[in-house]
Design a protein around this ligand. Structure first.
Ligand SMILES: NC(=O)c1ccc[n+]([C@@H]2O[C@H](COP(=O)([O-])OP(=O)(O)OC[C@H]3O[C@@H](n4cnc5c(N)ncnc54)[C@H](OP(=O)(O)O)[C@@H]3O)[C@@H](O)[C@H]2O)c1
Length: 242
């Protein structure tokens, strides 16, 4: 790996795939991609792309981080995209009656705990550049102040908890490694599998392509190196209230 390595966790998703394709379109950049899937990206395992498989258990995270470490080199961007809104067993709760322990646990596990476990193992074990830029895909819906319409209890609260964990980590990390910057990123409604069932009422101009969002994210991450703490920003680079 050369010096400009970007690490993408949750690499097979719509936004992650666009980010990876954008980064490897630059000749001087490479990507280490981590996914549950072996087949998430048709360009996998080229000279610029190292595709690793992990099931996101702590054992697997530890061994994947060791594999990344053995490759050597310095990481200068980390992008964590794992998130679920709906799947075979989970769907957003409209009202109190829809709440279940199992569903809340699934949301917290995937949207909150997995990203934080990755950060724990990556930051403590890898050689991270002094000016590393770290972005985690959050969502505006996780803003407590912005919550005007309610609903989607599990997804909303899992992203709010993610934001609090990130802010807490950024405060600790500022003391230990002041050049590292953190970004909690709201991509806007993006045309991926995650938003597909909920796009009917979204105006065409407000439904972004993953390519547009990837470009915005990477541009914002470049600028974020000037800050030493954490920002909660949307796709336009505008602050979202915590
Ligand atoms: N699309 C939107 O409109 C929108 C809006 C606001 C926020 N976001 C956030 O943006 C992020 C990326 O979303 P996307 O639109 O690209 O969605 P996506 O295409 O569905 O990708 C979701 C990602 O989450 C990971 N994931 C899904 N289920 C998982 C599970 N059970 N365990 C561990 N990882 C799991 C997948 O990683 P693997 O590669 O490991 O399978 C995948 O990369 C998410 O955090 C989402 O909450 C999206």
């Amino acid at each position: 790996m050369d010096k400009r390595t970007t690490l993408v966790i949750g690499a097979s998703g719509g936004i992650a795939s666009a980010v990876i394709n954008r980064v490897i379109s630059q000749p001087d950049s490479d990507v280490v991609a981590v996914s549950r899937s072996t087949v998430g990206n048709t360009a996998s395992n080229t000279r610029q792309l190292h595709w690793l498989v992990s099931d996101n258990t702590e054992t697997s995270i530890t061994s994947t981080v060791n594999t990344i470490k053995e490759k050597g080199g310095e990481i200068d961007k980390i992008i964590i995209t794992n998130g679920v809104l709906h799947n075979a067993t989970v769907k957003p709760e409209k009202r109190l009656e829809d709440i279940s322990a199992e569903q809340l646990q699934d949301y917290y596990q995937i949207n909150t705990i997995i990203p934080m476990l990755w950060l724990r193992h990556l930051l403590l074990n890898l050689t991270i550049s002094n000016t590393c830029s770290i972005a985690v895909l959050s969502a505006r819906i996780g803003s407590i102040e912005d919550n005007q319409i309610g609903g989607w209890y599990g997804y909303r609260s899992s992203k709010a908890a993610l934001n609090m964990l990130l802010k807490t980590l950024a405060i600790e990390w500022q003391r230990r490694y002041p050049g590292v910057s953190f970004l909690s990123f709201h991509p806007g409604t993006t045309d991926t599998a995650l938003s597909a069932p909920f796009q009917a009422n979204v105006a065409k101009e407000k439904l972004f392509t993953p390519e547009f969002v990837a470009e915005q994210l990477l541009t914002i991450m470049k600028q974020a190196n000037d800050t030493t703490n954490i920002q909660f920003l949307d796709w336009a680079g505008k602050e979202v209230p915590w």
